[in-house]
Design a protein around this ligand. Structure first.
Ligand code: AHR
Length: 661
């Protein structure tokens, strides 16, 4: 808890200090001319590379409406208001004190949060719209979304629950909040009665708004209403990824898909653990129709509505649709506010969760899954027990907690691979079971990440690892890295070269955290961001580094011979690999990073190759990508040489992928 408070103070402070991208010292030390090595890629030898090496970690966060951003923060609205498709805020009145945030009346009406009229046992409040006597024409309410509603040239689906005597037209609109311009207007006829909520659903087309300053409106004929109408669980979706219901925003998910991540670690992170035992992430509260999902008091001191949005099935659909291996973290008895003394009921809960995911549709929980729209069992191989149990008072009890969970899972699912949530051997069982993976997390300043280049070279091969979270970040210094610039992204590339060279033992590595709504930033940097403006997706340079490395993978890492004394690497770093699935004509891939603010030329020999492409990203130290101002873009070009010799000019802080055959 103490760590969490310190961390919160640090990141809140982050919001207040100006950006500063001072040149890292390590690079400044190496400004002197560096000899230009020639690299010769060997055609055989080397180790196998893990096919799962590059993936992502995602944990949903949400800030309850009505709670000031400065006192209660969220994980960047990465889920609600982010990758989850639903665009209206405070739609379930969830959290401790949701109030009327994001709602406003239209016409002669009064709004209240009606705590006496619940839509369901989970959605315990609704919006009461009282029509003032003598009101004329169409009146109603608007929802302003998550600092605006992204209004695109697209078909939107919309649903709401309604109670009160009304038979007639409901008019739905997407409109500019300041401009008043109407981008979509759709009429539907409803029949609603007092005493019972009924669900109404429709879809309509919209034209695009130039900005994010928009709202969704629901209007009805005021002169037909005597008293009040109640509305609940309003939902608005743009097209969803793979057209899934309650799905992900297609534009954001597609942007993520371009990285080709091979695994997804979820649902946290701290998000799994809970601020208190009762507010841990509980899988069974995140499944089924959203009208039955209550949400919970989330981590980091704010209520969390993730249950309405991305629940267990939505995570698993996302994995399947994006061809990612799910890495599911299960709650291991530790929250930030305490630890359970008897783990048994929670182990039962884990086994129920696994039956829900893996059991036949005839089993108790498998049939629940089938009822929720998924007849076949999901595919799942990796289970992580807890999160960072070396921290927050978890160390002493983790060995015992881990072994209890391990025994239960292995007895029932002997083929699953278990991941220990930390690598502190004081916090792990003395007699470690075989076949485990160990999860390492590190967020470092650029120089420190570069210094870790060799970290994995001498790692015992008997302890296969995942790096469940890493990224270039500075959480303590005054001039913290706020949004990734080229030195930061280059340091990540250097580190990834180290990971790839050791990908016989590092099985998976995930940049974290994944994304942010720029209007609600708390943790930064992330891989990419956006706001409510259409087409606002903004990649950090790190996004491109992840994409370039992940979409160019060899199955075998190859030795590289050099002609100079630079085999200790710094400031140039490289790794070579080849694809083995194309037996006759493999592709040879060389990844390079130039960790310094000067250009550098490299000669690379890859015998028996002729042509391919080269992709490079580079930029001066202060350059970065900002919302609506994307300065750093990768450059892709063809490259050819009949002798297999290539000359590559690495720009300052340059990261290059060369792929030839
Ligand atoms: O990714 C952000 C947080 O950092 C995660 O929730 C936690 O596991 C880590 O400490």
């Amino acid at each position: 808890m103490k760590n969490l408070v310190k961390w919160l103070l640090a990141v809140t402070y982050f919001q207040l200090v100006p950006e500063n991208h001072d040149q890292p010292d390590l690079a400044a030390r190496d400004n002197a001319a560096t000899p230009s090595p020639t690299l010769t890629v060997q055609r055989s030898g080397g180790n196998q590379s893990s096919p799962l090496l590059y993936g992502v970690m995602f944990e949903v966060g949400a800030r309850a409406a009505g709670i000031p951003l400065t006192s209660y923060q969220e994980m960047d609205h990465s889920g609600d208001g982010g990758i989850h498709g639903q665009l209206l805020q405070n739609n379930g009145f969830q959290g401790d004190n949701p109030g009327l945030a994001a709602y406003k009346g239209i016409g002669d009406v009064e709004l209240i949060q009606d705590i006496l009229s619940s839509v369901s046992s989970a959605i315990t409040s609704s919006l009461q719209v009282s029509v003032q006597p003598g009101a004329k024409g169409y009146v109603g309410f608007a929802n302003t979304g998550y600092k605006g509603v992204p209004v695109m040239n697209a078909t939107y689906s919309c649903e709401f629950w309604m109670m009160g005597d009304y038979s007639g037209t409901i008019m739905l609109e997407l409109a500019g909040s300041s401009s008043g311009k109407i981008y979509a207007s759709h009429n539907m006829t409803v029949r609603s009665l007092w005493g019972e909520f009924t669900r109404h659903q429709t879809s309509f087309n919209s034209s695009a708004s130039p900005d994010g300053d928009n709202e969704w409106r629901l209007l009805f004929n005021g002169s037909q209403v005597d008293g009040a109408l109640n509305f609940g669980l309003v939902q608005l979706f743009p097209p969803t990824y793979k057209s899934r219901s309650n799905g992900l925003r297609d534009d954001i998910a597609t942007f993520l898909e371009k990285i080709h991540p091979s695994f997804l670690r979820f649902p946290g992170g701290n998000n799994l653990e809970g601020l208190q035992i009762d507010s841990r992430w509980q899988w069974n509260l995140t499944i089924g129709p959203v009208v039955n999902r209550a949400g919970r008091q989330g981590d980091w001191f704010y209520p969390n509505t993730d249950a309405l949005g991305i629940g267990l099935d939505e995570y698993l659909w996302c994995c399947e649709d994006m061809h990612m291996e799910p890495v599911l973290a299960v709650w291991a008895g530790k929250s930030y506010g305490g630890m359970v003394s008897h783990l048994e009921p929670y182990i039962d809960d884990i086994l129920n969760e696994l039956e829900y995911i893996l059991g036949p549709s005839t089993s108790t929980y498998g049939s629940l899954r089938a009822n929720n729209g998924r007849a076949d069992p999901w595919s799942l191989q990796y289970i992580e027990t807890g999160n960072e149990d070396d921290l927050a008072g978890g160390c002493d009890t983790y060995p015992d907690r881990f072994m209890q969970i391990h025994r239960a899972i292995q007895t029932n699912y002997p083929n699953l691979t278990l991941i220990a949530s930390n690598i502190d051997f004081l916090c792990l069982p003395i007699d470690l079971p075989s076949g485990l993976l160990y999860d390492h997390h590190y967020y470092c300043q650029p120089d420190d990440l570069v210094s870790m280049f060799n970290y994995w070279d001498n790692h015992p091969r008997s302890q296969p690892a995942i790096v469940g979270e890493y990224g270039c970040r500075n959480t303590t210094d005054r001039e913290g890295i706020f949004w990734s610039s080229m030195p930061c992204s280059c340091s990540e590339a250097v580190h990834m070269i180290g990971l790839e060279r050791n990908s016989d033992v590092v099985k998976m590595a995930a940049y974290a955290p994944l994304l942010q709504h720029f209007g609600f930033t708390q943790w930064s940097p992330t891989l990419f961001g956006f706001d409510s403006t259409p087409n606002s997706l903004t990649p950090s340079p790190s996004y491109h580094v992840q994409r370039m490395f992940s979409t160019n993978r060899g199955e075998t890492i190859l030795p590289v011979h050099t002609t100079t004394t630079t085999s200790n690497f710094h400031p140039l770093y490289w790794v070579a690999s080849k694809t083995t699935h194309q037996k006759k004509n493999p592709t040879y891939i060389v990844k390079m990073a130039n960790y310094r603010p000067q250009n550098h030329t490299l000669h690379i020999n890859i015998p028996h190759t002729k042509s391919g492409y080269l992709e490079m990203i580079s930029g001066e130290g202060n350059a970065t990508n900002l919302l609506h101002d994307v300065a750093i873009q990768p450059v892709l070009r063809k490259i050819a040489n009949s002798e297999g010799g290539y000359t590559v000019d690495l720009g300052e802080w340059g990261v290059v992928v060369l792929a030839v055959s």
